[in-house]
Design a protein around this ligand. Sequence first.
Ligand SMILES: [Zn+2]
Length: 341
Amino acid sequence: MKCRLEYPLEAPPIGGWRAVAEGVYWLRLPLPFALDHINVWLLKEHQSWTLVDAGVSSPPSRAAWESIITNVLSGWPLRRIVITHFHPDHYGLANWLQQRFGARVCITRTEQDAAARLYACFDEQAGKRIDEFFAGHGLEAERRAQLAARGNFYRPLLAGVASVDEYLTDGSDLQIGDRRGKVIIGRGHSPEQACLYCEEEGWLISGDQILPEISSNISVRPEQPDGDPLADYLDSLARLRCLPADVLVLPSHGSAFRGLHERISALERHHRARLERLRSACSEAPLSATEALPILFRRPLDSYALFFAMGEAIAHLHRLWHAGELSRYRDAQGVYRFTPI
Ligand SMILES: [Zn+2]
């Protein structure tokens, strides 16, 4: 069945909420970034709630939660918190909410390990790792210093590391009130992201695996400097195509939408076009990831955007490298360059 992209529901305001289906609530929490909100999802059980994603740890986000606890939870406890992945806008308040309600926390093992490892990283160590990684991809010292000066910018966005009660795996079934949710693992944006699919009610909580208006960031990270996350991401997108075309997708950013297959096709085209631009630039001269930035991103990049843009440029070059279309070598300055084989 073909289904055009459509947005059937009006989004709640930041700090607000609305019902999506019987016992399914869409909450919108504030974020202190250019991307100013995250959607999290509250699922009614029998006199308790399951929450999917927690929001970032910040005073406005906690204030939004106080209002939700008073006005939406109706005196019922949060019994379970499902965290889709380790990024701070999703994981940030998991530990705070767990302490407050004694909730069980469910997440995949790889995402939990990533959260614990990054949270524990010292500022100096985090800065040095970013500096060395981006130096190897040709980023100028001044711009590297701006990024490194931020130290461990993950830790302040988390209210500690939650203790896990259940590790989720691909295909795990979760009984949530009278409904069943099935975990579908997505890779590439983060290492082992848990999406939650409810076949009987026809919705998919997609985390950041698939977003309606923006493409998910796909980055090679300093912890896995030779990785090929774009291959993982495209594989995961292809798997999501097995879901019904008219499923209601509940994403972490932007609006709930129908038209999953069309959105998957648009994202595949987006990445293919980026790969094509890099293929053609590399055929003219060996290219570094820093030189790829203006080819991929036309807008000016502040230091927040630069971090993600560099990761994304490396991810696209690595896709062509891992596919055997480009070779990678270090030039006389020690910078990785990519050139056709
Ligand atoms: Zn994310």
